[in-house]
Design a protein around this ligand. Structure first.
Ligand code: HEC
Length: 150
């Protein structure tokens, strides 16, 4: 129970970060995030929209087949996103990067299976694991470039 509550609070922080995205885009001097190309674009275009849909199940349960299908599609996109990150040549802490990306991919797959079964509790639980993976990678990489090649 407490764990779930804590998970919700941490997720709230990430959702705040997501909500701040347009600000970050408008203001190049964003203090938290260094400018960068590939991973940042991938986050904005693929990871964030897909994660939003999966995380949203914790607030509002999908109400029909269509909505469940949307959650499943986005969870699968997130699984692909995890695989994409896994293949990305990260610097600094390669082991953490791969662990976080792999955990993200696996948790997203669980969320897709749960969405297929229309099992909201399991989607939420996979979403919590997913969130841990986002945060684990960001703890190292949000303030540092993901690759020296940029
Ligand atoms: C394996 C590492 C990794 C994982 C896992 C990861 N991210 Fe990221 N994320 C990054 C990096 C690196 C950046 C910073 C990119 C940059 O600015 O160059 C970033 C940036 C972001 C940003 C800020 C984008 C911007 O406009 O600057 C958001 C929002 C974000 N991630 C959301 C997520 C969510 C949601 C998840 C989990 C579903 C997630 N990330 C999982 C590596 C990761």
């Amino acid at each position: 129970m407490f764990k779930q509550f804590a998970g919700r609070q941490r997720r709230q922080r990430l959702l705040t970060l997501i909500a701040m995205l347009p600000l970050g885009l408008a203001n190049c001097a964003h203090p938290l995030i260094q400018s960068g190309a590939t991973v940042q674009q991938h986050m904005q275009q693929v990871t964030v929209p897909a994660a939003n849909t999966v995380f949203a199940v914790a607030g509002t349960e999908p109400k029909d087949d269509n909505e469940w299908a949307t959650v499943k599609t986005h969870a699968l996109a997130l699984e692909n996103s995890g695989a994409w990150l896994l293949a990305y040549p990260a610097q600094i802490d390669q082991q953490r990067w791969q662990e976080a990306a792999g955990n993200m991919r696996d948790a997203a797959k669980k969320a897709a299976i749960a969405a297929d079964a229309k099992d909201a509790d399991s989607v939420i639980s996979a979403g919590n694991t997913l969130y841990e993976a986002c945060e684990s990678c960001h703890a190292v990489y949000l303030t540092q470039p993901a690759s020296r090649s940029r």
